[in-house]
Design a binder for this molecule. Structure first.
Ligand code: AMP
Ligand code: FE
Ligand code: FE
Ligand code: ZN
Length: 276
């Protein structure tokens, strides 16, 4: 079994990279990709842990970009030799995140929520600080019952929500390719639900996207069939994964859905060619 979309404590997952590797081994996964939001900081620990267990780890990342007033996600898959070249790209993104977080905490305080930026950073524990960490604080402080409740009833409120300035998709795709990586359109179903799947996918193909996440925990069988067909028509690599966040995302389970070996081998083969 193979799972190519996993978050760790380096962003908004609740398990550390080593814990993910251990869990993956326990359920007999053969290969995983670590794909934290806007950081590769969890990758070295996962690679080191995986060596002990004989698990294959693909260094990866998930970059949120602005496209046609949607927040879409681009996954990057890399080889062990090239992924660290991405590091400096995330500086600007982290600066924008910091600004947004300050504004969010300000809005929360103004609306009567007794919460601080320090509390949020404590929850992020050195990883990419994001709204899920604020949501966790809001739950712990008794303002919300679950992470989802915190998003739906507090963080998405008009007087609280703050847009985060992001890079453009062509920029993220270009940067991934520059580092011999493979850019992948993540969980296309979220665009599909807005009636924008074809528009966005076609635009990303024009920008040089090389893969599409056909398998994902939020895809139905019909969704999967549709994206499989799209991948074949447009000669895209096929990836997939759980989008596991541990306790921070209730409906995702490590290793589900599975990605067939043939798709994984094609991906690895292409990564090898990039290195040459
Ligand atoms: P950020 O990158 O800081 O804007 O946070 C975005 C992350 O928050 C996403 O990647 C999800 O993990 C999580 N998220 C976004 N919307 C929701 C929601 N409605 N309920 C639960 N988690 C969410
Ligand atoms: Fe997330
Ligand atoms: Fe995502
Ligand atoms: Zn994700």
């Amino acid at each position: 079994m193979i799972d190519l979309h996993i978050h760790t404590t380096a962003s908004d997952g609740s398990f550390s990279p080593s814990e993910i590797v251990k869990k993956a081994t326990e359920i007999e996964l053969k290969a995983i990709a670590i794909t934290d939001h806007d950081t590769i900081a969890g990758v070295p620990e996962a690679l080191a842990a995986a060596r002990k267990y004989g698990l294959a780890v693909i260094p990866g990342v998930e970059i949120g970009v602005d496209f046609d007033s949607s927040d879409i996600h681009i996954l990057g898959c890399f080889s062990e030799k090239t992924y660290s070249g991405m590091e400096s790209y995330f500086d600007w993104i982290l600066q924008k995140r910091d600004k947004r977080n300050q504004q969010l905490v300000y809005n929360l305080k103004r609306a009567g929520f007794n919460i601080s930026l320090e509390q949020m950073h404590e929850k992020a524990a050195g990883g990419t600080p994001g709204r899920p960490h604020l949501a966790t604080c809001l739950v712990e402080l008794g303002y919300a019952t679950t992470i989802k409740d915190a998003f739906d009833n507090i963080l998405l409120r008009k007087d609280i929500f703050v847009h985060r300035e992001k890079t453009a998709p062509a920029d993220a795709i270009g940067e991934i390719i520059k580092n011999s990586g493979i850019p992948v359109f993540a969980h296309p179903v979220y665009e599909d639900r807005k009636g924008k799947f074809e528009l966005t996918a076609d635009a990303l193909v024009d920008m040089g996207i090389m893969g599409i996440e056909v398998f994902h925990s939020d895809h139905t069988q019909e969704d999967t069939q549709k994206y499989l067909k799209y991948a074949q028509t447009n000669k895209l690599l096929i990836t997939g994964g759980s989008d596991f966040h541990g306790e921070n995302k209730e409906d995702a389970e490590l290793g589900r859905p599975n990605v067939a070996k043939k798709y994984y081998h094609k991906l690895v083969e292409r990564l090898g060619q990039g290195e040459a």
